[in-house]
Design a protein around this ligand. Structure first.
Ligand code: ARG
Length: 473
């Protein structure tokens, strides 16, 4: 047991209480952010004349050394300390004596932990964004290669109208693109520095909060110290965005599982991304997709947990908030893992073009186009719908598709049909004619692909300050 406080206590903390209270086992994850925050704080204290030049230099050098040693594995973060903040301070005091004791001047663990978590999450937002960019690139490549790969589009999991694989993939492109836009949004809203909020009411020292904020790459300081130490909105927003990514990955996984089933065979998973059965030699299972679908639950759970934890907390800091960390860390690691694996699976997956096309042909996906043909020849749509319904019934009985109907039989059902009906309901025509922007027709699809490419060429992170290099220089 090693803690930063105890002056007003007459008894040792009970060991069980100590263990229950301690957070080092998980907050050591942001040791880097904690020390970066300390460096910025000390530099500011130096600029403001609260620390001497010599104290400032000694402290900055020592914190950098501790950071390097931890990073290199030369200094182990010991669990005998209550949290990462106490650990760093204790090592500093051990090395610098009284100067080490000055690190925490004008700071509370409340604004310190608020800062550490923000720095950590801000970095993870970038990492999530990069993984999303990778999956988007993978999807775009598939889109470019498959503007002519026909497949059935489904509603109610029933074959509906023909689309192309490029078009189907394009739907996921849009979803992950929105996920990326959410990262950008959250980043902008959260990019304010809580350091200097103190325990809750600021401090009496003449701190320069704008300076610390700029040293750490923030757009400025937070504007209310009570909110500064107790705001966890950005975590809830981030968890919500992560939950949405998982929802998208889970839908995609479900499709991969269906497509990979013996009945569909639209895709074949690469051996490296599938698993076998211990008893059934013939099996090649889509475990990765199933696990991604399954892990969605824990990310949703993290979001619900944090919303619930936060709902009854009066201002300002309360210890309940310590619960944010394990939830958020687990959700981040889960989503990052799932995104990386799913992208790998997708980029190695083989699409069985023939199977997809045959399936589209055999499912009356051109029935709407047959009705449209009649409409274009003057039949009211509701009548056309009924006529094509009769044709479908005939085909089901004969086990054939509309394309294979004898022309005389078509004529019998409606004299409006001419020989060009077969051309009109061919897969190629059905897709080619769908030309409004957002539709699967090749020409429309090519325009969309160009737009998506243009979108991917812009990097929203380009103009951001390279604060870390400057700070650790
Ligand atoms: N481990 C704490 C947390 O994660 C750090 C802040 C502690 N502050 C306090 N007043 N006990 O929230």
């Amino acid at each position: 047991m090693a803690q930063l406080w105890g002056g007003r206590f007459t008894k040792e903390t009970d060991q069980l209480v100590y263990n229950f209270n301690a957070s080092i086992s998980f907050d050591k994850k942001f040791y880097r952010e904690d020390m970066e925050g300390s460096i910025a704080h000390v530099k500011m204290l130096g600029e403001q004349g609260i620390l001497t030049k010599q104290e400032t230099d000694e402290l900055v050098t020592a914190v950098k050394e501790i950071l390097n040693e931890v990073e290199a594995g030369d200094l182990e973060i010991s669990h005998e300390y209550e949290d990462i903040h106490s650990f760093v301070e204790a090592v500093l005091i051990e090395r610098l004596g009284d100067t080490g004791k000055k690190l925490h001047t004008g700071r509370s663990r409340n604004d310190q932990v608020a800062l550490d978590m923000r720095l950590y999450v801000r970095r993870e937002i970038m990492a999530t964004d990069e993984l999303l960019e990778e999956i988007l690139n993978t999807i775009l490549t598939i889109m470019e290669n498959h503007t002519d790969t026909f497949m059935p589009g489904f509603t109610h999991l029933q074959k509906a109208q023909p689309v192309t694989l490029a078009h189907h993939m394009g739907a996921y492109f849009e979803m992950f693109k929105r996920d990326r836009l959410r990262m950008q949004d959250i980043y902008r809203r959260m990019n304010y520095c809580p350091l200097g909020s103190g325990a809750l009411a600021g401090t009496t020292y003449n701190l320069d909060r704008h300076y610390t904020a700029s040293l750490l790459g923030f757009d400025g300081p937070t504007l209310n110290s009570m909110d500064g130490v107790s705001d966890r909105d950005y975590l809830i927003e981030y968890l919500s965005a992560l939950a949405t990514i998982m929802m998208h990955l889970s839908r995609f996984s479900e499709e991969v599982i269906i497509w990979n089933s013996n009945e569909y065979q639209f895709v074949e998973l690469d051996d490296a991304y599938s698993t076998g059965s211990s008893i059934m030699p013939q099996k090649k299972n889509p475990d990765i997709a199933e696990l991604v679908r399954g892990k969605t639950g824990r990310v949703y759970g993290a979001l619900m947990s944090l919303l619930t934890t936060m709902k009854g907390i009066p201002l300002a800091y309360n210890k309940d908030m310590q619960e944010d960390k394990e939830l958020v860390f687990d959700a981040i690691d889960t989503v990052k893992g799932c995104l990386a694996l799913f992208t790998g699976m997708l980029s190695t997956m083989k699409f069985q073009k023939d199977k997809m096309e045959t399936s589209a042909k055999n499912g009356f996906t051109n029935a709407t186009d047959a009705a449209d043909y009649l409409v274009n020849h003057g039949v009211p749509f509701r009548d056309a719908h009924g006529i094509v319904g009769q044709i479908v019934l005939y085909c089901i009985e004969k086990h054939i598709s509309i394309d294979d109907m004898p022309f005389e039989e078509l004529k019998k059902i409606s004299p409006v049909f001419e020989e060009d009906i077969f051309e009109a309901v061919s897969m190629e025509t059905c897709v080619k004619k769908r030309l409004t922007i957002g539709a699967p027709g090749q020409e429309a699809m090519k325009k969309v692909i160009a737009l998506e490419k243009e979108y991917l060429s812009q990097d929203w992170k380009k103009g951001l300050p390279d604060w870390e290099k400057e700070l650790l220089k």
